[in-house]
Design a protein around this ligand. Structure first.
Ligand SMILES: Cc1ncc(COP(=O)(O)O)c(C=O)c1O
Length: 374
């Protein structure tokens, strides 16, 4: 196996990503699925994830930055790529060259796009982003008429889409989601009455795709669920999602230590028995958070063991008691081993974050081993 040469690696099941996209498409019949691959594909690898999503039935991709889109284009990916936030106006020309679908919400950026489009003798399809309450980016409700009339007056710009983003869809039944949905529908209605008929309206993220059918419109933008993780609590039975990432390491040093010895920086873990102690060659530089010191569990041979003492940058230790563990054994830091499963939610709970951050923080020094490539 390839992983033999790596002390730590992330296994990415591309078959799971394809399957999850199929589940999301089933949840939103009639809508196109956009696979969100920003943040290095939530840590799973942007190019392989994008390809698996497209193979699984996604029609388009979404990223946060032009550089992320460039990376996908350089890999030969030709599908429509949406860029969720406006870059500095200087990037307008490159967006055209790369045939990207820009989000637009400021006049400065719209003018830059228009200038670039005219220079290229092209028309750029933009998606007008509305702020329906999250207050991150987007046109405020009261500014919509003015921004629209400015956009209409700019040559080389076609309003292909109108969209917004939900702030609370991760909490099923949250009343604010319905407030945003109502405002979005009202604004879309007004825009259509003003004579603009955008081909695409979109609002739903994974959570809304799974739980708010009225939010599906023409495109659903799915990230976390495509990687097989739930967007929050209470979504459990709504789809058959399969987590795509596992984080594994190979047990490095094995030693027997007497009672009374301390482990790792600060010697905070003190052995109250003679024990086998193994060193796992993964640490916070691999996305294995230091706050897992004394809290996290790893799986070795299908059994749970606690992280014993401080997680270092590249290594941590585990007290395996009297169990026989050999150097070279596989330790699962995230994922399944036998009947046990360390989930991204479990790790997130220990360190006070969400599953999104757990996978996204696995850095590039950790090799990704792709399983079930087609
Ligand atoms: C604008 C936008 N749409 C869709 C998504 C996908 O969200 P999720 O991963 O919850 O499906 C994101 C991710 O944060 C986003 O920023």
């Amino acid at each position: 196996m390839l992983e033999r040469g790596h002390p730590v690696w992330a296994e990415i099941d591309l078959g799971a990503i394809r399957h999850n996209i199929g589940e999301l498409a089933k949840a939103a019949p009639g809508a196109e699925v956009m696979g969100v691959v920003k943040g290095f594909g939530y840590g799973h690898g942007n190019i392989a994830s994008a390809e698996a999503m497209l193979d699984g039935g996604a029609a388009r991709l979404g990223v946060a930055r032009v550089a992320e889109a460039l990376h996908l284009r350089e890999a030969g990916i030709g599908a429509p790529i949406h860029v969720f936030t406006e870059p500095p106006p200087e990037a307008a020309g490159l967006m055209l060259e790369l045939d990207l679908v820009p989000a637009v919400y400021t006049q400065a950026f719209a003018s830059a796009l228009s200038g670039a489009a005219c220079a290229a003798g092209a028309t750029v399809p933009v998606h007008l982003k509305l702020d329906t309450g999250m207050h991150r980016v987007g046109v405020m409700t009261e500014d919509v008429p003015e921004v629209l009339s400015e956009l209409r007056s700019l040559p080389g710009i076609e309003i292909e889409g109108v969209w917004s983003h939900l702030a609370t869809a991760d909490v099923p039944g949250h009343p604010f989601t319905h407030k945003q949905l109502e405002l979005f529908s009202e604004l879309v209605g007004k825009i259509e009455r003003w004579g603009i008929e955008p081909r695409f309206k979109h609002l739903a993220n994974s959570a809304a795709t799974l739980s708010v059918p009225e939010s599906h419109f023409d495109i659903v933008r799915c990230g976390i669920a495509a990687y097989g993780l739930w967007p929050g609590r209470g979504f459990g039975p709504l789809a058959d999602l399969r987590p795509a990432m596992a984080l594994k390491a190979r047990v490095n040093m094995v030693k027997a230590l007497p009672r009374g010895e301390g482990l790792s920086y600060g010697l905070k873990y003190e052995l109250d028995h003679t024990a086998g102690v193994v060193t796992i060659p993964a640490g916070y530089a691999d996305g294995y958070d230091r706050r897992l010191s004394g809290r996290g569990d790893v799986l070795i041979g299908g059994k749970r063991y606690g992280v014993s003492g401080a997680v270092c940058m590249d290594q941590f230790m585990v007290d395996v008691g009297h169990d026989e563990v050999e150097a070279g054994a596989t330790a699962t830091l995230l994922g399944r081993d036998g009947g046990e499963h360390v989930t991204a939610e479990e790790l997130a709970g220990h360190i006070g974050t969400i599953n999104y951050e757990v996978t996204t923080r696995v850095p590039s020094r950790v090799p990704r081993l792709y399983l079930n490539r087609r």
